[in-house]
Design a protein around this ligand. Structure first.
Ligand code: 5GP
Ligand code: MN
Length: 332
């Protein structure tokens, strides 16, 4: 922490990066750190590899975020000028896609703040806690350890609140601790309106999005009651039919887990160039290893992702085989 303090005091041009398809925790933790570092008088830029869902657009500062897929040259020159780069909510360069090229080439000091398993070696400092519910909580704790909690305000607090809320499934996953609730209590005391944030994130569906959810659950969910597993698959054609927008399938993978007994759920989504996989589990069944060994991915024990270069049909067949392979773990 002392070394981080020194690096922070010496740094002037800071870049904050986060993972591809950024979620509430990625954007929440990045913008919280952004506003905090601004208060310390730093020049700070948040860079994301690609777009994030519209339901995060209420956050203060989103319009200042640079998108590498659209503003490549600007990002490259800002990263070249950086003396410190933060890596938030990811722990391996593959998670930021092509943005990894300028980041890896940069001689700036790099600090990872993250809560995923198995960090890769690409940074100078690692503020990692795999038990932490979210990177946003780790940003709060970093500010706390720096002795700077006095600088927190409603704006920083709202970003942290959003990250904790989205990564804990609204404060209900096992990663939610008394410390998490203490942080939330402090944020509410700062004026953060949790109910409003909940509404902005979860109650701003388009009609298409809600109907896609209904269709996916009614027509596309396959349940294996004897294996305690289920999956949902969606093709490009189906997504187009419901005018799919980024973020529209966020949370969908969790629904099968609410069926009694089901402890493993997968969402298979056909993208333009590959197939994206989302895995969720609970109880004694973990998905991170399943994701890394079979679907070129990884993540947390109860929430992982991956991809497949097979066709949608082949991917579904492979998943069904994988589910069979894990039969004993799934039924124990
Ligand atoms: P999601 O299903 O929401 O896309 O991802 C679930 C979790 O797994 C997230 O915490 C995400 O960061 C992580 N994750 C998703 N894809 C990958 C991947 O390809 N590799 C690794 N290591 N983690 C991933
Ligand atoms: Mn996270």
């Amino acid at each position: 922490m002392n070394e981080i303090k020194t690096i922070l005091s010496e740094a002037n041009n800071i870049v904050i990066t986060t993972h591809k398809s950024p979620d509430g925790d990625a954007i929440g933790s990045s913008l919280a750190l952004f506003h905090f570092l601004k208060k310390l008088g730093k020049k700070v830029t948040v860079v994301v590899p690609d777009a994030f869902p519209q339901f995060l657009n209420w956050m203060e500062g989103v319009e200042k975020i640079l998108h590498y897929d659209k503003q490549e040259e600007e990002v490259i020159s800002i990263i070249k000028a950086a003396d410190l780069i933060f890596a938030l909510d990811y722990n391996g360069l593959s998670r930021i896609g092509d943005l990894s090229l300028p980041v890896a080439a940069s001689s700036a000091k790099k600090i990872v703040i993250d809560h995923h398993q198995n960090p890769q070696e690409f940074a100078d400092y690692y503020v990692v806690d795999t038990d932490a519910c979210s990177t946003s909580q780790l940003v709060y704790e970093l500010i706390e350890k720096l002795g700077e909690l006095d600088r927190l305000d409603e704006i920083i607090g709202s970003c942290i609140y959003c990250g904790i809320m989205t990564d804990t499934g609204s404060f209900r996953y096992p990663s939610t601790t008394s410390k998490t609730h203490q942080i939330i209590a402090h944020l509410i005391d700062l004026g953060v309106d949790g109910s409003q944030i909940h509404e902005w994130v979860y109650d701003t569906y388009s009609m298409n999005r809600l109907q896609l959810l209904g269709y996916a659950l009614t027509e596309k969910m396959k349940v294996f009651p004897e294996l305690n597993a289920a999956y949902i698959s969606l093709s490009q054609e189906e997504l187009k039919k419901y005018n799919f927008q980024k973020g529209d399938t966020e949370g969908l993978v969790n629904y099968p887990l609410s069926i009694e007994g089901i402890k493993f759920s997968t969402l298979i989504t056909e993208k333009e160039n590959d197939i994206s996989m989302s895995f969720r589990s609970k109880g004694n069944f973990y998905v991170n290893e399943l994701a890394s060994e079979n679907f070129d991915g990884g993540g947390h024990i109860y929430a992982s992702g991956g991809r497949s270069l097979l066709t949608l049909e082949e991917t579904i067949a492979k998943l069904e085989e994988v589910i069979q392979c894990y039969k004993s773990a799934l039924t124990s």
